[in-house]
Design a protein around this ligand. Structure first.
Ligand SMILES: [Zn+2]
Ligand SMILES: [Zn+2]
Length: 301
């Protein structure tokens, strides 16, 4: 996954407005679409023709103003594949009105899902789950869960059961029963237990909450609102954001594996102090920066 923009509310020279791209085997999940996202998408080779799902957390300009331009570019490049968009109900209204006024003739269908708590969408590679965030407007957090993988294949075991290497092995690896030397061999005889997929959570703009702690439990990577540092904790509470320490507390309680801080207020030219504060509570924390790419590790099974 790659951070396309890591600033809050307004861009700075170093940081663009929110956007995160998750890429896996020709599929892209784009989380939030701040203004300026198009050039970042190009710079990071996200690939707008891909199987794609866009998750919008809430209708504040810094998270959504880039979406229209993105749709226009996709149409100019003759995208045909349907595009999944998940977001608050009002997003669809905004899209309809603006694309009509600007006469953007979409060349592809939009499959819109209204965000609501629960499982909202299944894509070829992922299950998308949603929970309520705690912000000054209706806002949602997302959990992107990779589909599980079959268990580890044991070639020695397959040989012992008389299954010759080749087509039959690949069938077993895909979870199908085969017949070798007149005997049925099931996948469970030659593979380990199924392995879970990876889970990435994204808070969008939010205060920490018990609900989000439960929602993000056990994430392999949690990306959380860290608009402010500890000395601006009052501002975080007042404006319905989080400090980096609050993000770290939640990560610790939710027992996630790794935390990425993002959505930094423009007042911080450097995010070092925010990172230091968070690491005191949750050591496996990184501060996102525009262009930062993170390979999400598989949970050890
Ligand atoms: Zn924001
Ligand atoms: Zn906001």
């Amino acid at each position: 996954m790659t951070f396309l923009g890591t600033s809050a509310a307004v861009p700075t020279k170093e940081r663009g407005l929110p956007g995160i791209a998750l890429k896996r085997e020709g599929e892209v999940i784009l989380m939030d679409c701040g203004e300026g996202i198009q050039r970042r998408v190009l710079a990071e080779s996200v690939g707008l023709g891909n199987e794609m799902t866009i998750l919008i957390t809430h209708l504040h300009g810094d998270h959504v103003a880039g979406l229209l331009g993105l749709l226009q570019t996709m149409s100019l490049s003759q995208r045909r594949k349907p595009l999944n968009i998940v977001g608050p109900e009002k997003l669809l209204r905004w899209l309809r009105v603006t694309s009509e006024l600007l006469q953007i003739g979409l060349t592809f269908p939009i499959r819109f899902s209204k965000a609501a708590p629960g499982t909202i969408l299944r894509t070829p590679g992922f299950r998308i789950r949603t929970a309520k965030a705690v912000h000054s407007v209706e806002a949602f957090a997302y959990l992107v869960e990779e589909k599980g993988r079959p268990g580890i294949f044991y070639p020695e075991q397959a040989k012992r059961l008389g299954v010759p290497e080749g087509k039959l092995w690949s069938r077993l690896q895909k979870g199908r029963t085969v017949t070798a030397q007149g005997r049925k061999v099931t996948p469970s005889e030659v593979t380990g237990p199924p392995r879970p997929g990876r889970k990435v959570g994204y808070s969008g703009d939010s205060r920490p909450s018990a609900g989000l702690t439960r929602f993000f439990a056990g994430c392999d990577l949690l990306i959380f609102d860290s608009t402010f540092g500890g000395k601006d904790a009052d501002k975080a509470a007042e404006r319905m954001h989080s400090t980096s320490s609050e993000a770290a507390e939640l990560a610790k309680k939710a027992k996630v594996r790794k935390l990425a801080l993002t959505h930094f207020s423009a007042r911080y030219t450097s995010t070092t102090s925010l990172l230091r504060e968070a690491r005191r509570i949750f050591p496996n924390t990184v501060a996102a920066s525009d262009g930062l790419a993170i390979e999400v590790d598989y949970p050890s099974s």
